[in-house]
Write a protein that binds this ligand. Structure first.
Ligand code: NAP
Length: 251
């Protein structure tokens, strides 16, 4: 029985943990050859091993997405090893420091912008020509609910995620007639190491209750939306931003 991503090659950045790992697992289970790109090589290798054990095809590249040359060479790897690229998930991201804007550390600001915004731009800058040359495909940029609302003490993260939504709209329009759909996904708070390593149990419970649905989301729930947007079932959806947030932004 054919699977919906058979014959497709996908890159998922930040695939060694959390949301990226769930997306890589789902894409591979549904037939894609997946390139897992992450700073955390052991983390990405562990997910790739799981994928291969289930009969999927996975490659691992150690990449810092905040470096343009590294992202360019990631795309060259896709071309030389897999013959091209069809699906790209610009997912790698960091939380950054927590502080009010008037006291926000400059190095933290630049680091968050480098990874959460510039890294997404580099993915588009070097990925779009390759996807176009490979016959077209789809891109998802991982934004956040903080691409639409603010969160005190998170000025850099919020600004970067708002910018990712804007970048997605522009690139999506530019490539709409060129065979590439480009969308952004906005998760609410999701139970992943990004959250769990920064917050204790009581803080996590408090955050869970900020969602009308009364809990944190799962990486698999974000993956389900992402893979839908990457699939042909989403053929009329481009240049737009899609929430998976348990009702958070409706308040
Ligand atoms: P995570 O569990 O921390 O996973 C992120 C992965 O990306 C980690 O393996 C991390 O490696 C890697 N990474 C970090 N910086 C990188 C870089 N410069 N180049 C390549 N890889 C890098 O985080 P997550 O919760 O799955 O988050 C994934 C995405 O979803 C992020 O863009 C995040 O902003 C977004 N998001 C998350 C939530 C949430 O509540 N979890 C909500 C909304 C949006 P290291 O571990 O070595 O840093």
């Amino acid at each position: 029985m054919p699977k919906r991503f058979d014959t497709k090659t996908a890159i998922v950045t930040g695939a060694g943990s959390g949301i990226g790992a769930a997306i890589a697992r789902q894409l591979a289970a549904e037939g894609a050859t997946v390139i897992l790109a992450d700073l955390d090589e052991p983390g990405a290798e562990a997910i790739a091993k799981e994928i291969r054990a289930k009969g999927g095809t996975a490659h691992v590249r150690t990449v810092d997405t905040s470096g343009a040359a590294q992202v360019e060479s990631l795309m060259e790897f896709a071309k030389s090893t897999c013959g091209g690229l069809h699906l790209l998930v610009n997912n790698a991201g960091i939380g950054g420091p927590a502080n009010v804007t008037g006291e926000y550390p400059l190095d933290g600001w630049h680091k968050v912008m480098d990874v959460n915004l510039n890294g997404v731009f580099y993915g588009l800058r070097y990925g779009l020509p390759l996807i176009e040359a490979s016959g077209g495909g789809a891109v998802v940029n991982m934004a956040s609910i903080l691409g639409t609302v603010g969160f005190q003490t998170a000025c850099a993260y919020t600004a970067a995620k708002h910018a990712v939504v804007g970048l997605t709209k522009v690139a999506g329009m530019e490539y709409a007639k060129r065979g590439i759909r480009i969308n952004a996904v906005g998760p609410g708070f999701i139970a992943t190491p990004l959250l769990e390593k920064n917050l204790d149990k009581a803080a996590l419970e408090g955050i869970a209750q900020m969602h009308p649905i009364g809990r944190l989301g799962t990486a698999e729930e974000v993956s389900a939306l992402t893979c839908f947007l990457l699939s042909d079932a989403a053929s009329f959806i481009t240049a737009s931003y899609h929430l998976v947030d348990g009702g958070y932004t409706a308040q």
